[in-house]
Ligand binder design. Structure first.
Ligand code: TYD
Length: 136
């Protein structure tokens, strides 16, 4: 899959005087079924997360509060996405190198994932990533 498959998806937003409501259904708003949810919070200023790729995992990243950037690379092209609204998210397809930075204070990053945690799905070495993409 190419970086062009990774995109910002706008989620439904139900306006109400009592507050807004947004929902995400696996296979409907996002192109995979959800098997796992995790979130990053209490991220100290200047911290960077990620710096790895996944061989088969699909993910959808939402800034539930505050803001941060997600940088994606397919080995040839890279793109920086700024996330700062809880009704937008970034779909990240398999085999994308990613890191997250620029976290605002109090930000919460929620990640929906297509599979349970599996360390063997990670590529944590960038040269290995380029090799598995056929770029070295
Ligand atoms: P990791 O995905 O490496 O986080 P980041 O790339 O943002 O630094 O995960 C950090 C640690 O948390 C690692 O030891 C694995 C563990 N972990 C789980 O046990 N389950 C999970 O669902 C996730 C995402 C991480």
């Amino acid at each position: 899959m190419s970086i062009k498959d990774c995109r910002i998806i706008e989620l439904p937003k139900i306006h109400d005087r009592r507050g807004n409501l947004t929902f995400i259904e696996g296979g409907v708003q996002i192109p995979f079924d959800i098997q796992r949810v995790y979130y990053l919070y209490d991220v100290p200023g200047g911290a960077e997360r990620g710096a790895h790729a996944h061989r088969s995992l699909h993910q959808f990243i939402v800034a539930m509060s505050g803001s941060f950037d997600v940088v994606l690379s397919d080995g040839s092209e890279s793109k920086r996405f700024h996330l700062n609204r809880s009704y937008f998210g970034l779909y990240v397809c398999p085999m994308m190198w990613r890191f997250l930075d620029n976290f605002s204070s109090g930000s919460v990053c929620m990640v929906l994932a297509s599979r349970h945690y599996d360390e063997s799905d990670y590529i944590r070495d960038h040269d290995q990533f380029l090799s598995e993409r056929g770029l070295s």
